[in-house]
Write a protein that binds this ligand. Structure first.
Ligand SMILES: Cc1cc2nc3c(=O)[nH]c(=O)nc-3n(C[C@H](O)[C@H](O)[C@H](O)COP(=O)(O)O)c2cc1C
Ligand code: SF4
Ligand code: SF4
Length: 451
C-alpha cells in the first residue's frame, strides 16, 4: 500500500495535500474541519498587521460551460486580530499534532519579522511561509510581490527571519517576474529551507461592458487582482520545472497553482514538488475533494509500484529538454479512425485555416468523413486536439526510429540554413495552395500536388 507521508524540509504531514494560505485557512475552525476531512497540512491565511479588506473582492473567468476556470481576487492578508489567530494555531496543533500547520507571514520591518516569528513559533507552528507574492494592495506598501520581484531585498528579509528561526522557513514566490529562478536562488542564499510557488498572477479578469469597470466591482471602481485556479496550472508547472532543474535551487519545493485533483498533484510531484497546496479548488468545491485526491494518488502509486512519494518525485524532469536538444528526425502524422469519426469536420476546418491544409474531403456529399493528406501533414497535433471523439485521430510514427539529429548537432555540423532561400531551410519543399484559391466560393475538395 502506498505511503503518502511527506516531509518538506522537516515539516511532516500524513499526506502531501496542504491547503494554501487563503480564505479556506482563515480560522482554526476551517483548518480543523479540513484536517478532519483528510488534508495533511495547511498554510494559515497570511498574518500581519490586521488589514482592512474591500467588498466585493473576487472575479472569475467562466469558459464556455466551465465556471471559475480562472479566479481572481483583490483580497489582502488576514483581517482577523493576531491574538485570535495565534490562539487558534495552538488549538489546532493540540488536536492534530501530526498534521502540518504553517504560519504565513508578511510584515515590514526587521523587528516585526523577528517578533512575528517568535509569536508563531511559541504558538506551535511547524513552519512558516514568507508571503513575497501578494500582487495587489500590499506591494504598493513595499511588501508581497514588491519583495518577490527584488531578489536582493528578498534575500535580506529571508536572512532576517533566519536570525531567529527555530522552525523551517518556506519562501513563497511571486510569478510576476520574468525569471522565477532569480528569487528562488536568492531564497536559498538567504538561508530559506524551502520555496513554494506560485502565488497569484497579476490580472484583470474581465470588464463590465455596461458600466465600464473591471471586475470585481468596488463601488464603481476596481483594481488589478491576482489570478489563480485551473487556468494558471501550466504557468505554475513551468515555473516549478525551472526551479527544480536549477542547480542552485537545491531545497524542497511546495507546488501551488490550479491543483484540483490527484492527477494534477502527480504532475506537480513528477516535476519536483514535495508537497502540493490547493486554494481555488477548495474554495470552489469544499474540503471534501480531498477524499478523491488521496484515493487517486494511492491507486496511481499502487498501479505504478511506487511505495513512497520519493519514488517518483522529479521523474519527469529529465525529459524536459531545451528545444535545441529535441530529435528533428522524429516524425508523426495524423491518422483518422473512420469507424469512430462522426463527420463533424472540425478537424478539416482547423487544419485548413489554422494549420497545413493536410485534410481533404471526399467530394461525396453523403460521406462527410475527412481523410489525411499525409504529404502535407507536419504532425502538429491540432486536428487530434480539436476532434471531439476520443482516440478518433491518433498520431502515427513515420520515421525509422533509428535516427536522432538535434538542432544543436546540426549547428555544430554546420548544416543549418544560412539564408531564407537555403534549401536546408526546408521551406522549398512545403506545398501550399495558390493564394487565389482562397477566393473560390466552394471549398477545395481535392488538392493537386506539384509533380
Ligand atoms: C481569495 C484568495 C486569497 C489569497 N490570500 C493569500 C494570502 O493571504 N497569502 C498567500 O500567500 N497567498 C494567498 N492567496 C494565494 C494562494 O495561496 C495560492 O498561491 C494561489 O491561489 C494559487 O493556487 P490555486 O490555483 O490553487 O488557487 C490567495 C488566493 C486567493 C484566491
Ligand atoms: S496534424 Fe496538423 S498538419 Fe497534420 S492533419 Fe492534423 S492539423 Fe493538419
Ligand atoms: S474532428 Fe474527428 S469526428 Fe470530426 S470529422 Fe474530424 S475526425 Fe471525424
Amino acid at each position: 500500500m502506498a505511503n503518502l507521508h511527506t516531509n518538506l524540509a522537516g515539516i511532516k504531514s500524513p499526506n502531501p495535500f496542504w491547503l494554501a494560505s487563503a480564505p479556506p485557512t482563515n480560522s482554526g475552525y476551517q483548518i480543523m474541519k479540513a484536517f478532519d476531512a483528510g488534508w495533511g497540512g495547511a498554510v494559515w491565511k497570511t498574518l500581519g498587521v490586521p488589514v482592512v479588506n474591500v467588498s466585493s473582492r473576487y472575479g472569475a473567468l467562466n469558459y464556455r460551460d466551465t465556471r471559475m476556470m480562472g479566479f481572481s481576487n483583490i483580497e489582502l492578508i488576514t483581517d482577523r486580530p493576531l491574538r485570535d489567530n495565534l490562539r487558534e494555531i495552538e488549538e489546532v496543533k493540540k488536536r492534530f499534532p501530526d498534521h502540518a500547520v504553517i504560519a504565513s507571514l508578511m510584515v515590514e520591518t526587521k523587528e516585526e519579522w523577528h517578533q512575528l516569528m517568535r509569536d508563531v513559533t511559541n504558538a506551535g507552528a511547524d513552519g512558516v511561509e514568507l508571503n513575497f507574492g501578494c500582487p495587489h494592495g500590499m506591494c504598493e506598501r513595499g511588501m508581497g510581490s514588491a519583495v518577490g520581484q527584488e531578489p536582493k531585498v528578498l534575500k535580506t528579509i529571508v536572512s532576517w527571519v533566519k536570525e531567529v528561526a527555530t522552525i523551517p522557513v518556506i519562501v513563497k514566490l511571486t510569478p510576476n517576474i520574468s525569471d522565477i529562478t532569480r528569487p528562488a536562488v536568492a531564497a536559498v542564499e538567504g538561508g530559506g529551507d524551502a520555496i513554494s510557488l506560485i502565488n497569484t498572477i497579476q490580472s484583470i479578469v474581465g470588464v463590465d461592458i455596461d458600466n465600464f469597470v473591471p471586475y470585481p466591482l468596488v463601488d464603481g471602481k476596481s483594481t488589478n487582482g491576482g489570478y489563480c485556479g485551473p487556468a494558471v496550472k501550466p504557468i505554475a508547472m513551468n515555473m516549478l520545472k525551472n526551479c527544480a532543474q536549477h542547480p542552485q535551487v537545491n531545497i524542497p519545493i511546495s507546488g501551488i497553482g490550479g491543483i484540483e485533483n490527484w492527477r494534477d498533484a502527480v504532475e506537480f510531484i513528477l516535476l519536483g514538488a514535495t508537497s502540493v497546496q490547493v486554494c481555488t479548488a477548495a474554495m470552489h468545491y469544499g474540503f471534501g475533494i480531498i477524499r478523491e485526491m488521496i484515493a487517486g494518488l494511492e491507486s496511481y502509486m499502487d498501479d505504478k509500484g511506487f511505495k513512497t512519494l520519493d519514488d517518483f518525485r522529479g521523474k519527469a524532469l529529465g525529459n524536459v529538454k531545451h528545444w535545441e536538444d529535441l530529435n528533428l528526425k522524429y516524425k508523426v502524422v495524423a491518422s483518422i479512425n473512420e469507424d469512430k469519426c462522426i463527420g463533424c469536420q472540425l478537424c478539416y476546418t482547423a487544419c485548413e485555416d489554422g494549420a497545413h491544409q493536410a485534410i481533404g474531403l471526399s467530394g461525396d456529399m453523403l460521406n462527410r468523413k475527412p481523410h489525411i493528406i499525409e504529404e502535407n501533414c507536419v504532425g502538429c497535433n491540432l486536428c487530434s486536439l480539436v476532434c471531439p471523439v476520443e482516440e478518433c485521430i491518433t498520431m502515427e510514427r513515420r520515421d525509422s526510429g533509428k535516427e536522432n539529429l538535434t538542432w544543436k548537432e546540426r549547428t555544430l555540423a554546420g548544416s543549418i540554413p544560412k539564408t531564407f532561400n537555403d534549401d536546408l531551410a526546408g521551406g522549398l519543399h512545403h506545398w501550399v495552395p495558390e493564394p487565389e484559391e482562397a477566393l473560390k466560393k466552394v471549398k477545395p475538395l481535392h488538392y493537386k500536388y506539384p509533380s
